[in-house]
Design a binder for this molecule. Structure first.
Ligand code: ZN
Ligand code: ZN
Length: 610
């Protein structure tokens, strides 16, 4: 590429022109939107548009003479490739949440100069941290600079997909009951009003779903609750007449999406507003002139603890999802084994084929609504990039020997799935088997653990890493994330990771979390084995308090051909055999149609005890 004419280089130049016009030395472009979502509507994918780096997390900083993307190890290979020739450089940071860009700005912007940022997409907590770091360096912060508005002429409009109801029986708790419970919590905090911007909280609270964001069935809205009723700020025309009437019955009025800030500004001086500093933007916080109490959204806590009726639907969704996996893998293994494979004229099986066929198998399952994230099908070296995505321009043909990593999931009316499996292709080396077995030992160790109720979830992280740490190995991502119920595949508050724990990360009954240790050999192969688990009460001896354990929800064989048997203890083999017996028993009844015979046969073989 002629680097002088890279479109990204020209876009960064436009940003610099805007900086000069506004008297700024630098601008910060976070991966963020007014709802602080992880997956952004296109309108807020400005960091991607400006830099060319398409990873889902990363922060762009542009000064008059430098441009940097800050990204963690999941994205380093991808970022280096995508940023080549753009003039923007990669700064490698420890984790997705680290704030190296803040220190970088403090160190690289001259004392007395100003940094601009769009405060309407910056989290309140993040904005205050940024301000104090820049203050200490004598650098000014201006929060009213929206670089995207200035330099992005064809910037996409707000998404306009229709909002629909998540109905009983899949939504077992009525919205009126959820609203009443949240308002009780608001009153307990001593607040009269509560403002919510996070779209998954809003979708959960109102039993509504939408399609404004890829993979997450959410819609853009803010909500303002008080004892006299609830206002939902949502784009015109997104909620049909019948749904409006249903909402009105529950005391919910609609207001234009753009009016949320004005409604906060209009709160009486006597009002006390509860907001979550991690889940409301600096821009919105600035609008409220009344007294403010900061605390986690009550809905975030309630949403994470799935009632038994939701868990029951989730178990069914997991079985449907597992049956789809069996149908896919049965087809896949048979197709790879065809004698014509590799002959001239034979259709190649690629990473894209995996995505296409697996998605089609899921789509045949009852209750399926869509994928819960973009499928990661990664062969050999591609598997070493945890967030790799095959594209029509760049993908591997699955042939020869090695490991295929597939991380995928579905949205069902009765829950959200997320599963990673690794499959042997051709012959697997001893080194690959050893790595696979060590990762499996991590998944097993955490799946089998028991812990006192209320244990802070980050404390559990080391249990999955221990078998790898013992060998001087590790992985650069978290071990597990909370999972929504027909909602976002990543949700808080719990997180099994190296995050610094806070009290809200306590493990409570009903939480659904992933367990997904991995091991990545750059340029060679990657391994990750992921199940979703439910926090359930454990029976233990008296006198030591209440304990929890994990019920493994994910139902799909874990490949045993990649296992190095000498590394597995007897009790680990027994756990795996018991798991496979359950998988067989639960999935076989969903594979009884004549056209599913090969999938059933595959299930039987892949669930044979060790
Ligand atoms: Zn996954
Ligand atoms: Zn996951």
């Amino acid at each position: 590429m002629d680097t002088r004419t890279s479109p990204f280089r020209l876009r960064i130049e436009r940003v610099r022109d805007a900086l000069k016009q506004h008297g700024l030395a630098a601008v910060l472009v976070p991966s963020s939107d007014p709802h602080l979502s992880e997956y952004l509507p296109e309108r807020w994918q400005g960091r991607q548009w400006l830099s060319g780096f398409t990873g889902s997390m990363g922060t762009l900083v542009v000064t008059l003479d430098a441009a940097c993307v800050f990204a963690d190890s999941r994205y380093w290979v991808q970022a280096e490739a995508e940023l080549a020739g753009t003039g923007t450089t990669l700064v490698k940071i420890a984790t997705g949440n680290s704030t190296e860009h803040v220190q970088w700005l403090a160190a690289n912007v001259a004392r007395g100069a100003a940094v601009g940022v769009d405060g309407s997409v910056l989290g309140l907590g993040a904005a205050l941290g940024l301000r104090s770091a820049l203050d200490a360096a004598g650098v000014l912060l201006r929060t009213d600079f929206d670089a995207l508005a200035e330099v992005w002429p064809e910037r996409p409009a707000l998404p306009a997909a229709e909002v629909y109801e998540h109905l009983a029986p899949h939504a077992p708790v009525a919205r009126a009951a959820k609203l009443a419970r949240v308002l009780e919590a608001v009153a307990r905090h001593g607040a009269t009003h509560h403002f919510i911007s996070t779209v998954d909280d809003i979708a959960w609270l109102f039993n509504l779903r939408g399609a404004d964001v890829s993979y997450n069935p959410v819609f853009l809205a803010h909500a303002l609750l008080d004892m006299n009723g609830t206002t939902l700020f949502v784009g015109a025309g997104k909620i049909g007449v019948a749904l409006q009437a249903a909402l009105a019955k529950d005391g919910i009025r609609l207001a234009p999406y753009a009016d949320a800030g004005a409604a906060l500004a209009a709160l009486a001086a006597s009002a006390t507003l509860l907001i979550d500093p991690k889940r409301v933007t600096f821009g919105m916080r600035q609008r409220a002139a009344c007294r403010v109490i900061e605390a986690i959204n009550p809905s975030t806590l309630f949403k994470s603890r799935k009632p038994e009726a939701e868990a029951a639907h989730l178990r069914n969704a997991m079985a449907q999802d597992g049956a789809a996996m069996c149908e896919f893998y049965a087809w896949f293994e048979a197709a790879l084994a065809e004698p014509s494979r590799g002959q001239p004229g034979a259709q190649a099986i690629t990473e894209l084929t995996v995505d296409e066929k697996l998605s089609a198998a899921r789509a045949r399952r009852p209750g399926f609504q869509g994928l819960s994230f973009g499928t990661i099908a990664a062969f050999n070296a591609n598997g070493a990039m945890p967030h790799y995505h095959a594209t029509p321009d760049s993908h591997a043909v699955i042939e020869g020997n090695g490991l295929l990593l597939v991380d995928s999931g579905g949205q069902y009316l009765g829950g959200t799935t997320d599963i990673t499996r690794v499959w042997p292709i051709g012959t697997v080396s001893d080194a690959q088997k050893r790595d696979y077995t060590l990762v499996l030992k991590g998944t097993l160790a955490l799946s089998r653990t028991r812990f006192p109720r209320g244990t802070l979830s980050p404390m559990l992280d080391a249990i999955a890493r221990a078998p790898l740490w013992e060998q001087g190995l590790d992985y650069g991502h978290g071990t597990g994330h909370g999972v929504g119920y027909f909602l976002n595949v990543h949700e808080g508050p719990q997180s099994i990771s190296k995050a610094i724990p806070d009290a809200h990360m306590a493990m409570e009954p009903g939480m659904v979390t992933s367990i997904e240790p991995g091991l990545y050999r750059p340029g060679r192969w990657g391994i990750r084995i992921e199940n979703l688990v439910l926090n359930v009460a454990a029976t233990v001896a008296d006198g030591f308090g209440e304990f929890l354990e994990f019920e493994t929800l994910t139902l799909c064989p874990i490949d045993t051909r990649c296992i190095e048997r000498s590394l597995l203890r007897v009790d680990e083999c027994e756990w795996l055999n018991a798991y496979h017996a359950t998988v067989r028993q639960r999935l076989a009844p969903l594979l009884t149609a004549p056209e599913q015979a090969s999938a059933l046969a595959w299930l039987m073989v892949r669930t044979e005890p060790l």
